[in-house]
Ligand binder design. Structure first.
Ligand SMILES: [Zn+2]
Length: 321
């Protein structure tokens, strides 16, 4: 029971962001992929948090969401073998699992998605595309790449929820939800994964420093923190006021990571489809494709108007873990 609570309390980007990432990625897809993905938008969006929910029932799921970079030394993201077998030979499977398998899980999910495209199995395509979006989202969260995953090693406990849940929940409507990204083919999926992790990990120092800086303006802990009954007990979280101040000091970095997540996801989906031989997906539609709606939404996304128009699904149906 205790384990379950611990595992659940360290989730990833909250429901809100995971869902947002999956929706936005659809707008970056090429013409031939748009109808199938857009007619499945609800499933792609609502099931985005599913891998986190799976942790509650599958003990093997937990370590798939992170990689504790520091364990492997200063240049972890350049020195860890990119193939699972080579990594096991170097570090042992137990060690890899203990410090997180996220990059390998992304690679494995990408392969399953490619297979599903090859078989033209609509349900499997949506299943793996959804899960892939979750893991790629996690790879953009700095605290998913660190031993200090909750700020617990530096007296900053609660950073996890602050960065990935409290800030987006307080600030999403002020975020710049805009991109003109067009999915591009990834010559090497492995390189793309490790580049993402390396960039994400590099954001950590600025993030811990920002918490210290903002804390100076919150000498009164009753303003700095809030208490909330979650997962069966009263827990301490950073206050909304603190989250807003923290986001300001970080400038656009949380917002950036959200957009980077969805841009990358579009690339991974597209690459899987190309690697599968660009199968025709239009025969898999279970309902008519609303091309006009898709185009209106994509246009709104390019102008940061999805929220204003009421078309950001996650924002219309806010729920929490
Ligand atoms: Zn996760």
């Amino acid at each position: 029971m205790l384990l379950m609570v611990l595992v659940t309390s360290l989730s990833s980007w909250g429901f809100l962001v995971h869902r947002t990432v999956n929706q936005l990625a659809i707008y970056g897809l090429p013409k031939k992929m748009q109808p199938f993905f857009y007619t499945n938008i609800d499933s792609l969006v609502f099931n985005a948090p599913r891998p986190d929910q799976r942790r509650n029932v599958d003990p093997a799921e937990g370590n798939k969401h992170f990689l504790d970079g520091e364990y492997y030394g200063e240049h972890a993201f350049d020195s860890i073998p990119r193939s699972w077998d080579a990594a096991v030979a170097k570090y042992s499977e137990d060690t890899l699992k203990k410090y997180g398998t996220l990059p390998y899980v992304i690679g494995e999910t990408q392969k399953k998605l490619t297979e599903a495209f090859k078989k033209r199995d609509g349900d499997s395509i949506i299943f793996y595309a959804t899960d892939l979006g979750h893991y790629i989202g996690d790879a953009h969260v700095p605290l998913h790449t660190s031993l200090n995953y909750d700020g617990q090693l530096t007296g900053q406990r609660g950073m996890h929820d602050l960065w990935e849940t409290s800030v987006p929940e307080a600030e999403l409507t002020a975020f710049n939800i805009r991109s003109r990204h067009k999915a591009k083919y990834l010559g090497s999926v492995e390189t793309a994964i490790w580049d993402i992790l390396k960039h994400t990990h590099a954001l950590l120092p600025a993030m811990f420093a920002a918490e210290k800086e903002v804390s100076k303006s919150f000498p009164d802990t009753s303003r700095k923190y809030r208490w909330e009954f979650r997962w069966g007990k009263n827990r301490r979280f950073y206050s909304k006021e603190f989250a807003i101040a923290f986001n300001k000091v970080l400038k656009g970095s949380i917002n950036d990571q959200l957009i980077r997540s969805s841009n990358a996801l579009a690339d991974f989906w597209y690459t899987a489809w190309v690697d599968a031989g660009k199968p025709d997906l239009n025969g898999l539609l279970h309902k008519p494709y609303q091309r006009h709606s898709f185009r209106k939404e994509r246009k709104a996304y390019r102008k940061d108007q999805l929220i204003k128009k009421g078309w950001l699904i996650s924002n219309n149906f806010r729920t929490r873990d």
